[in-house]
Ligand binder design. Structure first.
Ligand code: NAP
Length: 323
């Protein structure tokens, strides 16, 4: 019989990569979303059968019912309020979605079938301004945003359900990961999309915040593979998932524009007024545990990632202009 996996936040960047990965591995995939109709449209590019289910993440009963009805053997919680700049604007909603909903999912698993394995998409934002670098699973967490605080609460509940109720629950502490499917609000997408537009003569300027901000950027396809590996191990645990390398926004621009035969300095302007509040110190993950224990390693490097994103943006702009 086919294994059943349930993915919340199915319409997001990671949801689609994870759904593809699980479908390729022979799972039957249940995508959980806030809006089935909208999700159907967004996911029409997926080339396999996917069951979509609507959820109300505020309702414990509704979540229990979904787990009871679909009887997954694995649950991946990717749903989150996750826009970069919106982090400080919606603290209550962020707490509900990124924090309390995780407890509701854990509670549903505990009551319906405590053998269900659970993987949570946690975030490097739990570290806030970390005092030590690189950050590992042992680094002390001091979030500096409502998003990070809610993710940390969820991580604590995962540990509690693991220890107290023996639920197979893992936190994947994810550093930034990108892809052609990255949401428009994120800096990497803004760079590749605008560079592609400039190349095609559709615009001539890109306004960005601090160009010297450094990030540990990986590929979303590699990241979701690590999450799957976590649920295949014989022991549940928490893992940092990162490349262990940082690049600055400037380097990202330099490479993206250079790939298109352009000099970023001719087009990119730094806008000090759009610096993010509480900009964190350089964050870089130490992924040695996931590498050694789960034999995971990223397959796509920084240059390949940028190229992939630029190529996809050029392609989609050309298709739009042709129509
Ligand atoms: P994403 O593209 O923003 O997708 C998240 C999904 O969550 C959305 O498609 C949406 O699905 C659902 N969602 C969004 N806002 C919501 C809200 N207010 N209430 C309930 N559901 C909401 O995120 P992603 O990049 O795929 O990331 C997946 C997970 O990894 C998230 O939990 C994120 O916090 C975590 N993470 C990501 C990164 C990264 O660099 N990408 C880094 C660290 C951690 P529906 O509309 O279908 O409901």
């Amino acid at each position: 019989m086919k294994k059943v996996a349930l993915i919340t936040g199915i319409t997001g960047q990671d949801g689609t990569y994870l759904a593809e990965l699980l479908s390729d591995k022979g799972y039957s995939v249940i995508g959980v979303t806030r809006d089935v109709k909208a999700a159907g449209g967004k996911l029409s590019f997926l080339k396999f059968e996917l069951t979509l289910v609507e959820w109300d993440f505020l309702s414990q009963d509704a979540i229990v019912e979904i787990v009871r009805q679909y009887r997954p053997s694995e649950v991946y919680n990717l749903a989150a309020f996750s826009t970069g700049s919106g982090m400080f604007d919606n603290p209550v909603e962020i707490a509900e979605v990124n924090g309390i909903a995780v407890t509701k999912l854990l509670e549903a698993i505990r009551t319906v079938d405590d053998k269900v394995r659970f993987c949570q998409a946690s975030s490097r934002e739990i570290f806030g301004e970390a005092l030590t670098s690189p950050q590992s699973e042992l680094t002390s967490a001091q979030p500096r945003s409502p998003y990070g605080a809610a993710k940390l609460y969820a991580d604590s509940m995962i540990r509690i359900y693991r220890e107290r109720y023996n639920v197979f629950a893992c936190s994947a502490i994810l550093f930034n990961h990108e892809s052609p499917r990255r949401g428009e609000g994120f800096v990497t997408k803004k760079i590749t999309h605008t560079a592609a537009k400039i190349k095609l003569g559709l615009t001539n300027e890109l306004l960005l915040g601090n160009l010297d901000t450094a990030r540990d950027w990986g590929f979303a396809g590699d990241t979701v593979n690590a999450m799957w590996l976590m649920l295949q191990h014989n022991q549940p645990d928490d893992y940092i998932v990162s490349t262990g390398k940082t690049h600055t926004v400037r380097q990202f621009c330099e490479y993206a524009f250079g790939y298109l035969g352009l000099n970023y300095q001719d087009y990119v302007r730094e806008d000090v007024s759009s610096y993010r509040p509480s900009e964190t110190a350089i964050l870089v993950g130490d992924a040695s545990k996931v590498k050694s224990r789960l034999n995971w390693s990223p397959k796509v490097n920084f240059n390949e990632l940028v190229q992939m994103m630029v190529d996809a943006d050029i392609q989609s702009l050309l298709e739009k202009n042709i129509r």
